[in-house]
Design a binder for this molecule. Structure first.
Ligand code: N01
Length: 493
């Protein structure tokens, strides 16, 4: 990218200092936009990797791939890094690129309102801080707002109740009678991590998930130097292998049937009890929910102190937790591994465009959140987002995807800056055509097979996932140059 010749005057607000917020800071500096503030609601950087500190929290994507292309590591401590190592890595990137002075921590952005007279966005934080910016990059993530199920009596639970993404720092689980609710990726990590230490553990499973092994490996140590040619080649191979293995999640495709067979084999090898096998076997196609990757989950369920309750948690009465099938257990610790409000994009920030319309209303009228390539929405000049609607790629590392989004966004803002535009905005027809094509590509995917997944709205519209390969997605982001008049509309004073 070219550095702005005359020196940039543009001032950008980045909301969130997680993986994409940090990448946005690095890329803005790269194009010479130095006037930016990264607002972070937490007391420190890292986003999801700051908040998800529950026992066993780790990444189920190979670390060689789950890291920035602009800051690689020669060797990670293990093949699938655990949360502390990923958080350490993100802090290292922040310091290496001198971003810390640009980050305003403990700053919860509550609203982002466009002021038509100044042609700027007014950012307002919960602590009363307000400031105007020429452009906004919302990097709040898709999995940031915990979904606490509406369970009668939960508020009055007499023990310790916590969501996985809000784990109390010094919680000692030793000897506790625990219940874990949910069987997604978070539950699959926390159950094996705490099962050996708790007195007993009851796992409340509403609907089982497909599980694949995770061939983890501990390395001799972490080498923080940049990856050499060999590690770069391995990273590239990891990427291509994942792309080739998954492709599109098409219902009944040869690939999908093969993945299903792999998951069934793994279940049958790992669980020798036929009754438990039956309980753990999903009745929907592989990939309808994001598959769990963990080699320790099934063995943990076979422990003497672990019981799988094949029923949803429906009530809490003092220290007793109650399942839909009537099972009642007395517990000291209630872990809600119940996921996130993934379909409610940007629900923690009120975004109001030039015409006074709220983005949430715009999306409600459209039947659910939608965006152009997951990054831009018509009616919002110089407003972009990462990890927006339908940009969750099931096939690869989200770090790869978020980096490509950030590159697209920063290129657009730099273009607006260079050309002295007051705004750059995706055209409604480009946005409409893109979303029509996108939704028609989704109709034959396994995500529509009718399982409980977090990909769709209540009306069944898939709003989180990208149906094609990440190569195709990255290619489209690259091809959609901000100067193309049939994609972006330009505004001048
Ligand atoms: O959440 P989920 P998660 N009684 O939504 C269940 C990422 N992630 O935090 O399936 C009983 O997958 C619910 O049941 P059902 C990753 O993208 C990544 O585990 O809806 N159960 C489900 O089992 C992942 O996909 C890593 O029937 C109840 C569970 O709660 C995403 O985060 C690690 C219930 C929620 O599962 C979310 O994963 C961890 C009830 N009343 C997470 N209510 C990596 O390694 C809800 N459930 C990168």
């Amino acid at each position: 990218m070219l550095v702005h010749a005359g020196g940039s005057t543009m001032r950008i607000a980045v909301i969130g200092a997680g993986i994409s917020g940090i990448a946005a800071g690095v890329n803005l500096q790269k194009v010479g936009i130095e006037e930016f503030t990264i607002f972070e609601k937490n007391p420190d950087v890292g986003g999801t990797w700051f908040l998800n500190s529950y026992p066993g929290a780790a990444c189920d994507v190979d670390s060689r791939l789950y890291s920035y292309s602009f800051h690689t590591r020669k060797q990670w401590g293990r093949r699938y890094a655990e949360q502390p190592e990923i958080l350490d890595y993100l802090n290292e990137v922040v310091d290496r690129f001198g971003l810390r002075p640009k980050i305003r921590t403990s700053s919860d952005v509550r609203s982002c309102v466009y002021d038509p007279s100044s042609k700027q966005w007014r950012i307002a934080c919960e602590d009363g801080f307000e400031q105007n910016f020429d452009g906004v990059i919302a990097c709040v993530g898709m999995l940031n707002d915990p979904l606490i199920p509406n369970i009668p009596g939960l508020d009055a639970f007499t023990g310790v109740a916590t969501h996985t993404a809000r784990w109390p720092k010094d919680l000692d689980v030793h000897g506790l009678r625990a219940a874990v609710v949910g069987t997604g990726s978070s539950a699959a990590q926390i159950v094996p991590a705490i099962a050996p230490h708790v007195h007993s553990l009851h796992l409340f499973q509403r609907q089982p998930g497909w599980v694949l092994p995770k061939p983890d490996k501990v390395h001799a140590g972490t080498v923080k130097r940049p990856a050499g040619p060999l590690q770069k080649a391995e990273r590239c191979w990891q990427y291509l292998r994942r792309e080739l293995a998954h492709g599109k999640y098409e219902m009944g495709s040869r690939r999908n049937v093969r993945q299903l067979r792999h998951a069934v084999d793994f279940l049958e090898r790992a669980v020798d009890d036929p009754a438990l096998q039956e309980v753990l076997k999903p009745s929907y196609p592989f990939g309808c929910k994001r598959a769990v990757r963990d080699s320790n989950f099934y063995p943990a369920l076979l422990r003497d102190n672990v019981t799988t309750v094949p029923s949803a948690l429906v009530g809490v009465d003092g220290s007793r937790v109650i399942a839909a099938d009537g099972t009642t257990v007395e517990v000291d610790l209630l872990v809600l591994a119940t996921g996130f409000r993934a379909q409610e994009f940007l629900n923690t920030v009120e975004v109001e465009g030039p015409d006074g319309r709220l983005l949430s209303h715009q999306w409600a009228e459209a039947g659910g959140p939608e965006a152009f390539l997951g990054v831009a929405v018509p009616g919002l000049p110089n407003f972009f987002m990462t990890y927006g609607p339908n940009s969750n790629t099931a096939t690869t590392s989200m770090v790869f995807v978020l980096e490509r989004q950030v590159e697209h966004i920063v290129r657009a803002l730099a273009y607006a800056d260079r050309n002295r535009l007051t705004g750059l905005m995706v055209r409604p027809d480009a946005h409409r055509r893109f979303n029509q094509w996108l939704q028609s590509s989704i109709s034959d995917t396994v995500w529509t097979a009718g399982c409980n997944n977090y990909f769709s709205t209540q009306d069944g519209k898939i709003v989180t996932n990208w149906p094609h390969t990440s190569i195709a997605y990255a290619g489209l982001l690259k091809a959609a140059h901000p100067g193309l008049p049939w994609i972006y509309e330009e505004f001048r004073m």
